[in-house]
Design a protein around this ligand. Structure first.
Ligand SMILES: Nc1ncnc2c1ncn2[C@@H]1O[C@H](COP(=O)(O)OP(=O)(O)OP(=O)(O)O)[C@@H](O)[C@H]1O
Ligand SMILES: [Mg+2]
Length: 453
């Protein structure tokens, strides 16, 4: 049994039930009340009109006419003198009628009054109207059988009962539908989140409407998709890392075995040890980079913004790396039209530039030129362009170069000591600065990377 559906539906049902009950009660009482009032009003006004006729022309003929007229209707008339002695009646009087006449009050308003209203128990409803014509004084009694009214009210009660039962049935249907409509998606979502926590991210939730439930369902679906991508990425990333680590370690192992042999010359041994040293460097660098990425991922890595003066800052970096470029015969030029200051984290910024220049150097040939161009936009943002005349990147590989461990022509890159983490670290660092990075490249012509901070 799912609790929320019960709660919701029970609340709804009780609320509607109370509302409907009160409404029915009110309607029922009102209808019956006004029906009874109408009934009394009608006999009273009949009595009054007989009074008017009697006061207009009191005669035996008139009396007879009145009695005759009433004998053809559902009402009965009894006319008495001032001592309540019956003068004429449209029907033979019953003992109940006689009793009523006997006990009726003597002082009456001209409009008459109801003298028997207990429609539930008595046989007759009754009214009395006084009249006076010269010396003729008396009372007009009107009687009407209460059973038609009782029948009417019984019918009415029957209708109300029927309506009540019908609305209860409808309410039950709504109760059922409501609990289904409202809670089925909720149950689905609950199951989906349970699946997610069990590590099954392949959940499929139906698209619901544009309401809160729909939004919630869509959010859970997005969460599931994100988790799935995340898991796939992680699996792939781990596979790549172990592969990346295995290759240099295999070299280290292999060359160590060779270097340990007795029958090799000292020069050979030195050569092998150098290879081992190189490979260990690669491993250390890879692990450092991975550690860097992990720090960024964990978000426990912060950017310390400082005010930086452009020319001295970039000049220092370029000077630091120039010897490496010189040794490979690649020209490195810094171009900054004007000096300005901007905000950034100097250590991270240096890391970014070093990584990009490292790439430019690695993937360029001797005698080509790499330019570092510094500009400032009108909105005082720093624009940093690093442009080389190297081997470039094929267009179909371009969208992937920022992915972790992505390298073009793995063997070539491996020869150059790359692990495919440089650009992904650069991208993360730029984004941590709230900046934007883009790349343009043409194979054989060169690559240009543009960063806006
Ligand atoms: N300036 C460039 N010119 C040509 N190819 C480039 C350039 N920069 C990057 N690439 C290509 O993009 C790939 C990804 O670059 P990235 O810097 O992420 O990795 P890497 O240089 O191979 O390794 P790492 O930087 O981790 O040592 C490289 O393998 C390289 O083939
Ligand atoms: Mg690199």
């Amino acid at each position: 049994m799912n609790k929320i559906s019960t709660k919701l539906a029970v609340c709804f049902t009780i609320a509607v039930f109370i509302m409907e009950g009160l409404l029915m009660l009110y309607l029922h009482d009102n209808i019956i009340d006004s029906r009874i009032q109408e009934e009394f009003q009608s006999i009273l006004s009949r009595g009054n009109s007989h009074r008017d006729v009697l006061e207009d022309r009191y005669s035996n003929t008139t009396l007879h006419h009145i009695a005759l007229m009433e004998s053809k209707t559902e009402t009965e008339v009894v006319i008495t003198d001032k001592n309540h002695q019956v003068t004429i009646s449209s029907k033979k009087l019953t003992s109940g009628m006689r009793e009523l006449i006997h006990h009726s009050p003597t002082s009456l308003p001209r409009e008459g009054r109801v003298i028997e209203a207990n429609w539930k128990d008595v046989n007759y409803l009754a009214t009395v109207t006084p009249f006076q014509k010269d010396e003729h004084k008396g009372y007009v009694y009107m009687f009407k059988s209460a059973s038609p009214l009782r029948n009417l009210i019984r019918n009415l009660n029957g209708h109300f009962l029927l309506a009540g039962i019908m609305s209860l049935i409808i309410l039950a249907c709504i109760h059922f539908l409501l609990s289904k409509i409202l809670t089925r998606p909720l149950i689905k979502m609950k199951q989906a989140t349970e699946e997610l926590s069990n590590g099954n991210f392949e959940v499929k939730l139906p698209t619901l409407g544009k309401d809160e439930l729909g939004d919630l369902s869509a959010s859970i679906q997005t969460l599931a998709n994100d988790l799935e991508t995340l898991q796939n990425d992680r699996t792939e990333f781990l596979a790549n890392i172990s592969h990346e680590l295995r290759t240099p370690l295999t070299y280290v192992q292999g060359y160590t075995n060779v270097a340990l042999r007795d029958n090799i010359s000292e020069t050979e041994r030195k050569e092998y040890l150098q290879i081992i040293q190189e490979e260990s460097k690669t491993i250390v660098k890879l692990i450092e980079n991975l550690f860097e990425l992990a720090k960024i991922d964990e978000n426990n890595f912060s950017i310390h913004m400082e005010k930086i003066h452009s020319t001295p800052f970039f000049l220092k970096i370029v000077n630091k790396i120039t010897p490496a470029f010189k040794s490979q015969g690649v020209h490195l030029v810094l171009s900054a039209k004007k000096e300005f200051s901007f905000h950034g984290d100097p250590i991270r910024l240096e890391q970014i530039i070093m990584n990009l220049l490292d790439n430019s150097l690695k993937y360029s040939n001797a005698n080509s030129t790499t330019s570092v161009i510094i500009e400032q936009t009108e909105s005082e943002k720093l624009v940093l362009i690093i442009k080389d005349q190297g081997m470039g990147i094929p267009p179909d590989e371009l969208p992937h170069v920022f992915n972790r461990l992505y390298r073009i022509e793995k063997s070539r890159s491996r020869e150059l000591g790359g692990s495919g983490l440089g650009l992904s670290i650069v991208k993360e660092l730029v984004e941590a600065h709230g900046g934007h990075i883009s790349i343009e490249s043409e194979p054989g012509k060169g690559t240009s990377i543009r960063i806006i901070l």
